[in-house]
Write a protein that binds this ligand. Structure first.
Ligand code: 13P
Ligand code: SF4
Length: 308
């Protein structure tokens, strides 16, 4: 049996569900029960009746699944699969900001630790951030953390002035404007689509801005076009599967890497072998203290409620 078959057998035996983000390597996406964006993955984690969740994504995603499912085993193939955005918001520093602004509603992007979630009022993802911000009465000030690029974009869309945390995603900040313009000239008429974690100058060139799921939907609606895709390159796998006739070109990164694209080193730490090993040995497991969990679940549930 190959690894794919072995994983499929094991997950049946163990009543496990495999949830994977669009940035995972294709072979992991192929074996997953559900592939989605951060919101879709949180929704699936909230509603699953499997006994075990294997999260093929990064730490904060698996941690969110554990907060929602304290009695289930939640596994992450590589515990080192972190996130630069989550790391850019240490809980102690964030607590000081929150305590210094007691009149503010704290909206936190899901890319953060459970401890930071525990200090927040509502969680958001890139697919519901605008709606979540608009749910706060206009006269109530907002702290938005940790992604300053998504924050700036939402400020522009909603007209709300928000206190922004100075965090960013290393992958989405790595796009090269010069190379993007050169690529666009080589492909006139192509559409640039971008993830809102990208910097403002990249977003200004885009005809569509949205979450990974939103970007896939946009391509589905315009199947005969050519797209320059400004997000992590793992998305191209599902996008191409969904719309085989579309021409998809990854937006170029500043650095000259082998794929001439942007890849998240954290997302790519998970491999099919590690996925198999973690399912077989039921480790590494995600743990969240009950004290943090009880606080962190409230803003996550608020987000899930507002996203129905
Ligand atoms: P979404 O899939 O929610 O758009 O998030 C992208 C991302 O960077 C996840 O880490
Ligand atoms: Fe974090 Fe960026 Fe990687 Fe997403 S792509 S997991 S935001 S570092």
């Amino acid at each position: 049996m190959d690894l794919h078959q072995k994983i499929t057998e094991l997950k049946k035996q163990k009543n496990a569900v495999i949830l994977a983000h669009y940035y995972q390597v294709p072979e992991i996406q192929e074996v997953a029960d559900y592939v989605g964006d951060s919101l879709g993955l949180s929704q699936k984690a909230a509603e699953t009746d499997a006994e075990m969740i294997v999260f093929a994504g990064v730490h904060f995603m698996a941690e969110t699944a554990k907060v929602l499912n304290p009695d289930k085993k939640v596994l992450l193939p590589d515990l080192m699969a972190g996130c630069s955005l989550a790391d850019s918001c240490p809980p102690d520093a964030f607590r000081k900001l929150v305590e210094a602004h007691p009149d503010h509603v704290v909206i936190t992007y899901v890319n953060c630790s459970a401890e930071v979630k525990a200090l927040s009022h509502i969680i958001c993802t890139s697919s519901n951030a605008e709606k979540i911000v608009n749910s706060v009465p206009k006269d109530v000030p907002i702290i938005f953390a940790p992604d300053k690029n998504l924050g700036k974009y939402i400020q522009k869309k909603t007209g709300r002035k928000m206190l922004l945390w100075d965090g960013a995603c290393i992958v989405h900040e790595a796009f090269s404007m010069d190379k993007l313009l050169k690529l666009y000239k080589e492909h006139p008429g192509s559409k640039i689509i971008a993830h809102p974690e990208s910097e403002s100058h990249i977003l200004e060139t885009a005809t569509y801005i949205g979450s990974t799921a939103g970007m896939i939907d946009y391509v589905k609606k315009h199947p005969a076009e050519k797209f320059i895709v400004a997000t992590e390159a793992g998305i191209l796998h599902k996008m191409q599967q969904e719309v085989p006739q579309a021409v998809l070109i990854p937006a170029p990164a500043e650095e000259d890497n082998t794929c001439a694209c942007s890849e998240c080193a954290f997302m790519k730490m998970n491999t099919l072998q590690k996925l198999y090993d973690c399912l077989l040995h039921e480790t590494p497991q995600i743990e969240v203290s009950e004290e943090i969990r009880k606080k962190a679940i409230l803003p996550i549930e608020r987000m899930l409620e507002l996203s129905k």
